[in-house]
Ligand binder design. Structure first.
Ligand SMILES: C[S@@+](CC[C@H](N)C(=O)[O-])C[C@H]1O[C@@H](n2cnc3c(N)ncnc32)[C@H](O)[C@@H]1O
Length: 251
């Protein structure tokens, strides 16, 4: 059976963006250095988006890897990027449901950056990653946390959270890794500037698309998003929500 594809809104919103999370290219590169990748390390990236993590780390560190994503447009963009960076022989991208993917052999590093819903949250996603890892392999998880306690429902929904309890604060998140039996061995956190590169880039993508597609059936919905999202973002998400990638080794 053909796996489902992403709704069109997602590809429109992400536009030309390569990193589909609140990191900029500097933070992504910092993470690659921080976890001390070695040439030949094999990676699995679940929900790999446009493949920027695997493509740039293959170029910079000589790793090999597989990315799995449900978005066919993202898979196509990832393959193009691999060719452009001259790493198409080292990374490959598979269209499919990441939660159901099993690698042919255990990997050195297994990542899920910004999509822990595939495992129903952090503990379940760590189990998915653990299944793919060789003994002693490293898990990478990208996850939001509350920077400040949201004072009410408006701050919660304005931060694009389903509920206050969907996320914890940073100490709570770090504590939960230990509770699941993992040592936290590195972290790189987004900051408000790198969040801006993700959130604000969507607005220009939306505006350009709306200008080019005024009669599209999605235009009213995306027009509303462009009208409302900038204010919601600066009021709530930028202030209340943090995000980071956490490197973990099983205890
Ligand atoms: C927030 S983006 C993060 C993408 C990428 N990890 C990055 O940081 O650039 C979430 C990604 O999850 C993908 N996705 C969502 N559900 C999925 C699933 N069940 N299986 C595979 N990919 C999925 C989306 O297509 C999207 O690329």
């Amino acid at each position: 059976m053909t796996p489902p594809d992403l709704p069109r809104q997602f590809t429109i919103r992400e536009g030309e963006l390569r990193i589909l999370n609140p990191f900029d290219d500097v933070k992504l590169a910092t993470l690659g250095r921080a976890i001390r990748l070695r040439p030949g390390d094999e990676l699995l990236d679940l929900c790999s988006g446009k493949g920027e993590l695997l493509c740039t780390w293959a170029r910079d560190h000589g790793i090999t890897g597989t990315g799995v994503d449900i978005g066919t447009a993202f898979i196509a963009a990832a393959r193009e990027r691999a060719t452009a960076l001259g790493v198409a022989d080292r990374v490959r991208f598979v269209h499919g449901d990441a939660a159901a993917y099993t690698p042919a052999r255990p990997v050195d590093v297994a990542a899920c950056v910004g999509a822990t819903w595939i495992g129903g949250g952090v503990p379940g996603t760590l189990e998915l990653l653990d299944r793919a890892l060789r003994p002693g392999g490293m898990a990478l998880v990208g996850e939001p946390y509350w920077r400040r306690d949201p004072p009410g429902e408006e701050a919660v929904t304005g931060s694009h959270a389903r509920s206050r309890d969907e996320f914890t604060d940073l100490p709570g998140l770090v504590e939960s890794f230990g509770g699941c039996g993992w040592d936290l061995v590195e972290l790189v956190l987004a900051d408000q500037d790198s969040w801006d590169r993700y959130a604000a880039a969507h607005w220009l993508n939306l505006r350009r698309w709306l200008d080019a597609n005024p009669d599209d059936e999605l235009a009213p919905e995306l027009r509303r998003e462009l009208t409302e999202d900038p204010l919601r973002y600066v009021r709530f998400q930028r202030e209340y929500l943090g995000w980071g990638v956490f490197a973990l080794l099983r205890r």
